[in-house]
Design a protein around this ligand. Structure first.
Ligand SMILES: Cc1cc2nc3c(=O)[nH]c(=O)nc-3n(C[C@H](O)[C@H](O)[C@H](O)COP(=O)(O)OP(=O)(O)OC[C@H]3O[C@@H](n4cnc5c(N)ncnc54)[C@H](O)[C@@H]3O)c2cc1C
Length: 490
């Protein structure tokens, strides 16, 4: 059997590409090293309680937005709920409520920070967010990689997008200054920590164009029941229904070109032949799987690692008898003094709502906490030092969690587990546990990101280290644009 395409990796990128290609009638094989799909947006099960392995929030679900379009195209209806507030941000005892409605949010933000300029700033953020989503929806040939792509972009409706271009080269900091918001340390730390969980960068270097999308996202936060694994599983199911084949526990160890085709080798010695390959694994991983000119190419185009992040994770369950549910599912807890062996000054908390019995039985909450850390904090250590650091960081955050959620602090926690970049590398195979994609920065802006189109015939990359990177929404946009490109070629 010679497949039209083999997709390597069943993260959101690989799943989207595989399902759309199979829907178009291609013979597609999806190879995944793990036992389930989802990658960084997957889960694990402890005695019937499900825990998120990384990502927890769904966005891009509003009418016409990419996730909404993908689910429609695949005719699936994941069980999700739009949250309002989209998130609550805690600074000690003070709470900043991220309302969905722009007017309500501006009033709340003005109340909390007491600064002039807030209205203008958020109006600009939301107007840019809307325009960028529109531009993305109308242009499947971005990033342009050929004269034909450039021509397809030169249409009158795109002219409206031209005024957005300067924001690709302007850091958020300069826009904050324009609105007189540059000097307030509390507002700045709020913006920096929000940016870190979305653009993977802070206000001094994050380009306002993509930062605006990151800052606007909590207005459109959706909670997937059971966790983000479930929509992933539904995409996988659809893929099979379209005639696609999935093989789990198949870690790809080599990709070779032979007689105009590709041979994909897996760790159990199996070999598969195909005309085209789509990798859904980070570019950093590809030099180890390829040889010759392929290897040289991937060494050359692998993004710099120094800006990229790893994640520290904490999961646990809490059995409780609260009468009322919490005010939000998503929380960002500020820790101005910092967290041991982590670079974030906040941590992101997801607490399953009471009606999510797919995730945990009634009266039990499944809690996921994540924050940014550099792999250097976790690699090259003795086993003893690694465990000491892991326990120190984990215990510190659990203590801060108890202070932030006194209503839950009295109840016993079970299944407490801590994860580091080393854990991510073990379960997702990602090089040095680097997750979340490549930070968007003024210097390395979107235009400089790898397009996923290689110089090798029918060899493509998708996922969060290629355009537009970062988060499940961006990854599905990238994969869907890639499929359009592949099908247009036929
Ligand atoms: C802690 C954390 C929180 C996050 N929060 C959010 C959030 O709330 N919302 C959001 O939208 N995004 C979030 N993200 C980002 C999001 O999870 C990722 O950007 C996205 O899921 C990446 O998808 P992907 O398809 O590029 O790759 P991955 O999810 O990394 O998938 C790659 C797949 O390839 C498989 N694989 C690897 N090597 C091989 C091999 N050699 N052979 C076969 N298979 C292989 C892996 O097992 C994996 O399943 C978060 C990420 C982290 C780490």
């Amino acid at each position: 059997m010679i497949y039209d395409n083999i997709v390597i990796g069943a993260g959101y990128g690989g799943l989207t590409a595989a399902a759309l290609l199979a829907k178009a009638g291609q013979k597609v094989l999806l190879l995944e090293a793990h036992t389930v799909p989802g990658g960084c947006a997957s889960f694990y099960n402890r005695k019937g309680i499900l825990f998120d392995s990384g990502a927890t929030t769904l966005s891009g679900m509003a009418e016409g937005q990419p996730m909404n379009k993908l689910f429609r195209e695949l005719e699936i209806e994941p069980r999700v709920i739009k949250l309002d507030p989209g998130m609550i941000i805690k600074f000690g005892d003070r709470e900043l409520v991220r309302h969905s409605n722009l007017e309500q949010w501006i009033i709340e933000c003005e109340r909390f920070f007491g600064l002039k300029g807030i209205r203008g700033f958020w109006e600009l953020v939301h107007s840019i967010d809307k325009k960028v989503y529109k531009l993305i929806a109308n242009n499947k040939r971005i990033p342009p990689v050929s004269a034909g792509d450039l021509l397809s972009l030169a249409k009158p409706s795109n002219l409206k997008g031209l005024p957005l271009l300067p924001y690709l080269f302007k850091p958020v900091e300069s826009v904050l200054k324009k609105f007189g918001l540059g000097d307030d340390p509390l507002f700045r730390s709020f913006i920096d920590e929000q940016l870190l969980i979305t653009t993977q960068n802070t206000a001094d270097d994050a380009p306002f164009l993509t930062a605006a999308m990151g800052l606007a996202y909590p207005a459109q936060t959706y909670y997937p029941y059971g966790g983000l694994f479930f929509p992933a599983k539904q995409i996988e199911k659809r893929f099979r229904e379209f005639g696609g084949e999935v093989k789990y526990k198949k870690k790809v160890t080599a990709i070779r070109q032979e007689k105009g085709r590709y041979k994909i080798v897996t760790d159990d010695g199996s070999e598969y032949l195909c005309s085209g390959v789509i990798t859904n694994i980070p570019l950093w991983n590809l030099p180890a799987l390829t040889e010759g000119e392929f290897k040289e190419y991937f060494i050359k185009v692998s993004p710099k690692q120094d800006g990229a992040w790893g994640a520290f994770m904490i999961n646990f369950a809490i059995k409780h008898n609260l009468r009322e549910d919490l005010k939000s599912v998503y929380w960002q807890i500020h820790v101005p003094e910092g967290v041991p062996y982590c670079e974030s000054k906040s941590f992101f908390v997801t607490i399953s709502p009471e009606d999510d019995t797919q995730k945990a039985p009634k009266g039990v909450k499944s809690v996921t906490i994540s924050l940014h850390t550099k792999p250097e904090n976790w690699y090259g250590l003795t086993e003893e030092e690694y465990s000491r650091r892991k326990n120190k960081t984990g215990s510190f955050i659990v203590q801060k969690f108890d202070q932030a959620f006194p209503m839950l602090a009295g109840y016993e926690k079970s299944h407490v587990e801590f994860g580091t970049p080393v854990t991510f590398e073990k379960y997702t195979g990602r090089f040095r546990g680097l997750v979340g994609g490549v930070p968007h920065s003024v210097k390395n802006n979107l235009l400089k990101m790898n397009s996923g189109v290689t110089p090798f015939k029918n060899f493509y990359n998708t996922g969060d280290t290629v355009f537009p990177g970062q988060g499940t929404v961006a990854v599905t946009i990238g994969a869907s644009n890639l499929v359009t490109r592949i099908l247009d070629k036929k």
